[in-house]
Design a protein around this ligand. Structure first.
Ligand code: GTQ
Length: 372
């Protein structure tokens, strides 16, 4: 039997972290803005990540009628951004779907505009419903269609409008809670707040320059984000279907998955947010995986079930659900003959440069955890 040191014995008796106030006057210390670390050490230095964020699914059947009702009650111009925020139930009403990522549903009715502004949070959009409404970012306009993924980098002027004859709804994703946690927010409106930036580039200029396997010779682009404004869902789906048919690019944890990349670096499209699209095959049940990133999933196609941190979420097209940090997650497709396609975005790029990122897979049967 191993002999334990008296110190270790004493700590074991006290449980994790010592509760020994050592006769110190805690009230006096409090008035001086002092506190013994050893009383709270175990609250902060947990053995594994501890999060207030809980798994939750914002169901499209609940969201859609409510954002359309907001559309009848307030104009996009008056609201500036007509968005219903997706609040994580663990955050007591603070904006955020996770501790770093904001998400919400935005509606632009036919004939409306959302005026030009810019902010330091990076943003992305994924179209849920509607055809042909536009976003203009830094002078480039793009017309959007269901499933399209559109990036809006840090401090880029952007506005939206709908010249089509149907309502347009898209999912917004921003790193806003992260920026707020750093107290690093800046925000600015163009002119008097009702002005619209001029369109200075041809429609889809960036796709033609950067999304075809070449780039302009002597390119001066120097952003730390992707130069591509709109990644078309028709392209994404074609590639996913090709990979599925080939049957060779499939991971047991993620099904058939694509990363949206900055073509100039191979890295994520935004410096703080990585985005992916994955096809889960009919009847497939993915192997449990967890990582230190928090993420949101948006269902582009199909129906299924995910178990996240022991909570079962049933989802269908249009739903958006979150997976908190370090919770096991696995996905299952409902139908035996139709696949599901999930878009997702995560905060891994914030963690990776600082060696904060970890990932594990769970081997069913043995229950063994393997670092990935
Ligand atoms: O479309 O610019 O959901 O600035 C939150 C803040 C969307 C936007 C949001 C924003 C936007």
């Amino acid at each position: 039997m191993a002999i334990e040191s008296p110190r270790k014995e004493a700590r074991k008796r006290a449980g994790p972290g010592s509760k020994n106030t050592a006769g110190l006057d805690l009230d006096e210390l409090r008035q001086l803005w002092l506190k013994p670390l050893w009383l709270v050490l175990s609250d902060a230095f947990t053995a594994e990540p501890n999060t207030q964020i809980v798994p939750y699914n914002w169901r499209w059947k609940d969201v859609r009628p409510r954002i359309l009702e907001a559309g009848r009650r307030i104009s996009a111009e008056e609201a500036e951004r007509r968005v219903l925020m997706y609040l994580n139930p663990g955050l007591n009403g603070a904006p955020g779907a996770t501790q770093t990522l904001f998400s919400g549903i935005q509606l632009i009715m036919p004939g409306e505009i959302a005026p030009t502004h810019r902010h330091v949070p990076s943003a992305l959009r994924v179209v849920v419903e509607g055809n042909g409404a536009y976003t203009t970012v830094s002078g480039e306009k793009t017309l959007m269609h269901p499933g399209d993924f559109v990036t809006t980098p840090n401090w880029a002027w952007h506005d939206h409008g709908n010249e089509s004859d149907e309502p347009m709804m898209w999912l917004d994703g921003l790193d806003m809670p992260f920026v707020l946690a750093l107290n690093a927010m800046f925000y600015e409106e163009l002119g008097n707040g009702y002005e619209i930036q001029p369109v200075t580039k041809a429609l889809d200029d960036s796709q033609l320059r950067y999304n075809r396997g070449f780039r302009p010779h002597d390119d001066r682009f120097s952003g730390n984000y992707s130069p591509i404004l709109n990644y078309r869902y028709t392209d994404v789906r074609e590639t996913l279907d090709t990979m599925e048919r080939a049957g060779d690019a499939t991971s047991e944890e993620e099904g058939v998955m694509l990363d949206y990349i900055n073509p100039l670096t191979g890295g994520p499209t935004l410096p703080t947010i990585d985005a992916h699209a994955q096809l889960i095959r009919p009847g497939e049940h993915t192997r449990a995986v967890r990582d230190t990133a928090s993420r949101l999933y948006h269902v582009l196609d199909g129906r299924g079930t995910s178990v996240i941190g022991g909570v079962t979420l049933e989802w269908e097209k249009g739903d958006t659900f979150c997976a908190p940090t370090w919770m096991w997650r696995e996905h299952q497709v409902a139908s035996a003959d139709a696949p599901a396609v999930l878009f997702s975005f995560d905060d891994a790029p914030i963690q990776k440069p600082f060696s904060l990122y970890r990932k594990q897979a769970l081997h069913q049967g043995s229950g063994k955890q393997a670092d990935l």
